[in-house]
Write a protein that binds this ligand. Structure first.
Ligand code: ATP
Length: 327
C-alpha cells in the first residue's frame, strides 16, 4: 500500500484536488490517502505555512499530491522540494485536441536537473557595480539526471533523449554535463540520443517541436525551456509537473491558487488531474494514466470544459464528464 500525502492547500488547490481524487478513486489502486495542511490559511491559523507534522507526514510518504499555495508558496513548496531532496523536475508539454496551440501532436517531456547550476544562489557583490554568480555542475548530479531521463524514456516507451547545453561557451560546466549525458546514453542502445546547443535547441523547439521527445538539461536552461515548451502547446492551463527524488516525490500543477476565481467552482481541474497521472506513471501504472489522459482529451474535444477552455461547466461537472469518458 502506498501512502499518498494530500495537501490541497489554498484557493483553487482544494477544488482541483477534489477532482483529481475523484478520478483516482475510480480505479482500484493500492493507495492510502492522508490529508495534511499547508499554505496561507494554515499560516494564518497556526503561524506556520508548512507545519512540522505536515513535513513529517511528507517525509514518511510514497508521494505528495500538492494543490496550490498562495503568498506562502516559497515557504511551502520550495521548502518541501528541498526537504524531500527531489533532484528531478519533470514538465511534460503535450498538445490536447480542442486546446488552441501553435502546433498539433506535440508530446515532449522536459527533465530538468533541480539541485545545482546557477540556481544555487551563490551570488556575490564583489564591489560596487561588479557582481558574480557561481555555476556548479557536478558529474554526480549530471549522471543522476541523465540516467533518470533515459529510464523515463524506457518506461514511457519514448524513442529519443536530447540533451541541451552550451558546451561551446561554458566548456567546463556544460562540457561536463554533455559528456556525462553522452556516456550514459551508451547504456541505453534502444533509445536514440542527440544533443544541441541550448540556443539552437530553442529555435528547433519553435520551428520543429516534433524532433523532440525527452529533453534533459541543467537547472536554469530547464526552467526556461519548460515555459517555452508550455507556450508551444497552449500555455500553462494544462501544465502538470513532478518533482522526483530517490525516496520522495511531489506532484503539483504548475498554476497557483488563482485567488481571482477561488471559491467560484470554475477552476479547470486538468493540470491537477494530469499531475496525478504523472504520479501513476511514476509508480508504473502507465495504462491507467493513459486511460485518464484519453478521457480528459475526449472531454476537452467535446467542449465539456470549464470557462477558461471555452466551455460553461463547473469544476465538478467537468470532472463528472471525465469520469464518464473513462469507460
Ligand atoms: P498565486 O499567487 O497562487 O500563484 P496567481 O493568481 O498569481 O496565484 P495563478 O494561480 O497561476 O497565479 O493564476 C494565474 C491566472 O490564471 C489567474 O487569472 C487564474 O484565474 C488563472 N488560472 C490559474 N489556474 C487556473 C485553473 N486551474 N483554472 C482556471 N484558471 C486558472
Amino acid at each position: 500500500m502506498k501512502k499518498i500525502v494530500v495537501i490541497p492547500g489554498d484557493g483553487i488547490g482544494k477544488e482541483v484536488m477534489n477532482s483529481a481524487l475523484r478520478i483516482l478513486e475510480s480505479f482500484d489502486l493500492p493507495f492510502s490517502y492522508e490529508f495534511a495542511e499547508a499554505g496561507d490559511e494554515t499560516k494564518e491559523r497556526t503561524g506556520h505555512a508548512l507545519p512540522e507534522d505536515t513535513l513529517e507526514a511528507c517525509k514518511n510518504s510514497s508521494a505528495v499530491l500538492f494543490g496550490a499555495a498562495g503568498e506562502s508558496a516559497a515557504e511551502v513548496i520550495v521548502r518541501l522540494r528541498r526537504e524531500l531532496s527531489t533532484f528531478a523536475n519533470i514538465r511534460p508539454a503535450k498538445t490536447f485536441k480542442g486546446v488552441k496551440s501553435l502546433y498539433d501532436d506535440v508530446d515532449i517531456v522536459i527533465v530538468r536537473e533541480n539541485t545545482e547550476c546557477l540556481y544555487l544562489g551563490l551570488e556575490f557583490e564583489i564591489n560596487s557595480g561588479v557582481t558574480e554568480a557561481i555555476r556548479v555542475i557536478t558529474e554526480k548530479a549530471s549522471e543522476k539526471i541523465a540516467k533518470f531521463a533515459f529510464e523515463l524514456a524506457m518506461r514511457e516507451k519514448r524513442r529519443r533523449v536530447t540533451a541541451l547545453h552550451k558546451a561551446n561557451v561554458m566548456k567546463k560546466t556544460c562540457g561536463l554535463f554533455r559528456d556525462v549525458c553522452r556516456r550514459v546514453s551508451k547504456n541505453y542502445p534502444e533509445i536514440e540520443f542527440n544533443d544541441y546547443y541550448i540556443d539552437a535547441g530553442c529555435m528547433y523547439l519553435v520551428l520543429d517541436p516534433w524532433r523532440f521527445d525527452v529533453i534533459v538539461t541543467t537547472n536554469m536552461f530547464g526552467d526556461i525551456v519548460s515555459d517555452l515548451s508550455a507556450g508551444i502547446v497552449g500555455g500553462l492551463g494544462l501544465a502538470p509537473s513532478a518533482n522526483i527524488g530517490d525516496e520522495h516525490s511531489i506532484f503539483e500543477p504548475v498554476h497557483g491558487s488563482a485567488p481571482d476565481i477561488a471559491g467560484k467552482g470554475i477552476a479547470n481541474p486538468s493540470a491537477m488531474i494530469l499531475s496525478a497521472t504523472m504520479m501513476l506513471k511514476h509508480f508504473g501504472y502507465l495504462n491507467i494514466a493513459l486511460k485518464i489522459e484519453r478521457a480528459l482529451e475526449k472531454t476537452i474535444t467535446n467542449g465539456k470544459t470549464t470557462p477558461d477552455l471555452g466551455g460553461n461547466l463547473s469544476t465538478e461537472e467537468m470532472t463528472d464528464e471525465i469520469i464518464k469518458n473513462l469507460d
